[in-house]
Design a protein around this ligand. Structure first.
Ligand SMILES: Nc1ncnc2c1ncn2[C@@H]1O[C@H](COP(=O)(O)OP(=O)(O)OP(=O)(O)O)[C@@H](O)[C@H]1O
Ligand SMILES: Cc1ncc(C[n+]2csc(CCOP(=O)(O)O)c2C)c(N)n1
Ligand SMILES: [Mg+2]
Length: 331
């Protein structure tokens, strides 16, 4: 197999182009100075970008490159899901260290192509350069939705119920296991899978938006307390959540049962859950439960929106939980 040096920048771009279906005329994807893309009539374009840096967001020793490719797109798909939009196109930028193994890049591209096909998202361009300090992956994603349906962080209303999809803390616990040296295929696969191959809630986000049931929504990338805090900041309110109502997976509960103190911190501020947190009027409760049934994704009410301007977490014994951090911060 050729190495990266033999293949060169343009050879690699050719390889990338060959692996992904391209937009069709009058749209234009990889190959010119810019892409030409056309949203559906009446839709607003929804754009988000996320950076993944080696050593910060991923360790290449933790799992196959294919899963890193899937996650690179998943974290972006999750941002589109949180706006209630439909993913359409993405841009992929790679900074690759000299001498980097070509098979790792190929694995990464396989995972990206697989995830892109699953969610109907077309690669429309990107950028490729060398790196002096590890692999860097940047994905910019574009989606679309009718403007009146798009869900923002700023729409929460006093007394709204606060909902969360899926279970929390699995990814953070999976990362802890990986950092302790555990690997996929040995034990606790479920938790490590949740860290290495998160599921973006695109179908759920879109259905909630199109049903007009929700006032505000965010995806949980940094941790529930931090991300619900963003809804509060932007909506001019706060929230009170009951930790006893959080859905925790059987694997998380089995781990917790062996700890001296219950690991609430992992569940509420470990981050990388890529679940949706949203607020909705109490009168929409039953309709939202129906969406949970049709999508097969558990949706749980964990608290309500308050006027306090803070996110307060209450332990099952009724006392306040004091988190050591509300979520992941980079600096
Ligand atoms: N370097 C930057 N320049 C301009 N805007 C930025 C920059 N970094 C973040 N932002 C903007 O700040 C806002 C919050 O970004 P943030 O990354 O916290 O949200 P997010 O993408 O949902 O989180 P995550 O990165 O964990 O998925 C977004 O509107 C984003 O576009
Ligand atoms: C090797 C390795 N070290 C640490 C972490 C944990 N981590 C990195 S970024 C982030 C929050 C979301 O990032 P962003 O806000 O940039 O989207 C978290 C919880 C990891 N996944 N891999
Ligand atoms: Mg987000």
């Amino acid at each position: 197999m050729k190495g990266l040096a033999e293949l060169g920048e343009f050879g690699l771009i050719d390889q990338i182009r060959a692996r992904f279906p391209q937009p069709v005329a009058p749209e234009l994807g990889i190959g010119d100075d810019a892409a030409l893309l056309s949203p559906s009539a009446g839709s607003q374009v929804v754009v988000s970008t996320d950076l993944l840096a080696e050593g910060v967001h991923f360790d290449l020793g933790f799992g196959p490159a294919r899963l890193l490719g899937r996650k690179s797109l998943a974290v972006n798909l999750s941002d589109i899901a949180s706006m209630g939009a439909v993913p359409r196109w993405f841009f992929l930028s790679l900074a690759i260290p000299a001498g980097f193994p070509l098979e790792t890049i190929e694995g990464l591209l396989d995972g990206l192509a697989e995830q892109a096909a699953e969610y109907g998202c077309i690669l429309a361009g990107g950028d490729t350069c060398g790196s002096k300090s590890g692999l860097v992956i940047s994905v910019t994603i574009m989606g679309e939705q009718r403007p009146e349906l798009i869900l923002k962080r700023s729409g929460a209303v006093l007394d709204d119920e606060v909902w969360v999809s899926g279970s929390l803390g699995d990814s953070a616990l999976g990362l802890q296991l990986l950092m302790e040296g555990k690997r996929l295929g040995q034990s606790d696969d479920y938790l490590m899978q949740r860290q290495l191959d998160p599921t973006p809630r695109c179908d759920l986000g879109r259905k909630l938006a199109e049903a007009g049931l929700v006032n505000a929504m965010i995806d949980i990338s940094d941790g529930l307390l931090a991300d619900l805090g963003h809804i509060g900041e932007q909506s001019g309110c706060g929230a009170e959540i009951q930790l006893g109502q959080l859905l925790l997976s059987p694997a998380f509960q089995a781990y917790a049962a062996n700890q001296h103190a219950f690991p609430w911190q992992l569940a509420v501020s470990g981050g990388e859950d890529y679940e949706l947190c949203f607020t909705a009027p109490v009168c929409n409760h039953g309709a939202i439960q129906k969406i949970s049934k049709t999508t097969g994704i558990p949706l749980t009410v964990i608290g309500k929106i308050t006027s306090s301007r803070q996110v307060q977490a209450i332990l099952p014994d009724g006392t306040n939980f004091q988190p050591s951090a509300s979520g992941y911060t980079h600096f």
